[in-house]
Design a protein around this ligand. Structure first.
Ligand code: ZN
Length: 208
């Protein structure tokens, strides 16, 4: 998982992300989401529709070959290109090999949203960060959670009837879903880190 412990510089702006949502998800959908940050009983429903759409368009990347779609073998990691490091904040690239095509492919682990929006490739690290930035751009108080067990997700403060933090897992299109397989792990885990609001600080949620 690409862990994000502080906000990367040169991240996409809120305006840019709202424009992206309007273009890709639709202006009506964007309007519904923007209205949902107020005290609306249907806020969770609108978020759920958005993240269902998101997962269809941004599936979990399993490292398949782009030529033949077969599953590849993980060979190791390589240094990303200068552009991928500087523009995308990538620290490493995964190297995957397809035996059928006899070619290797690279999967840079980006830590900024623009290249993830462009490539539609990510796992929970990339997608949870993207989800956090979407929620912030839409006006939801939001926080990013890392359970230190290989998974990350986000939470948004949703007013609905009585405001509370709602669990959102973009990899599973789960919004406020108690059946989400990571929910139990999450809150019974020993240690978690949460990136709160616009600050780069991490908060240990243990005992809260
Ligand atoms: Zn192949």
């Amino acid at each position: 998982m690409g862990r994000v412990l502080e906000r990367p510089p040169a991240e996409a702006s809120d305006d840019e992300l709202r424009a992206w949502i309007g273009r890709e998800y639709g202006e009506d959908g964007l309007k519904r989401l923007l209205a949902s940050q107020e005290c609306k009983p249907e806020a969770s429903k609108h978020l759920s529709e958005f993240f269902t759409w998101f997962r269809r368009n941004f599936p979990y990347y399993h490292g398949h070959c782009e030529r033949c779609m077969r599953v590849t073998h993980f060979l190791g990691v390589a240094r990303p290109s200068d552009d991928e490091r500087q523009e995308g904040g990538a620290g490493v690239s995964e190297v995957n090999f397809c035996e059928g095509c006899n070619v290797s492919s690279l999967f840079p682990r980006f830590r900024r949203v623009r290249p993830v929006l462009d490539t539609h490739r990510g796992r929970c690290g990339e997608y949870s960060w993207l989800a956090l930035r979407f929620l912030e751009a839409l006006g939801f108080p939001a926080r990013w959670v890392d359970n230190h067990a290989g998974h990350a997700w986000v939470e948004a403060w949703v007013e609905n009837r009585c405001g509370r933090w709602v669990h959102i897992d973009p990899c599973e299109a789960a919004v406020d879903d108690a059946r989400s397989k990571h929910m139990d792990d999450a809150w019974s885990g020993n240690q978690m880190e949460v990136l709160v609001d616009s600050l780069a600080g991490n908060v240990d949620l243990q005992g809260t």
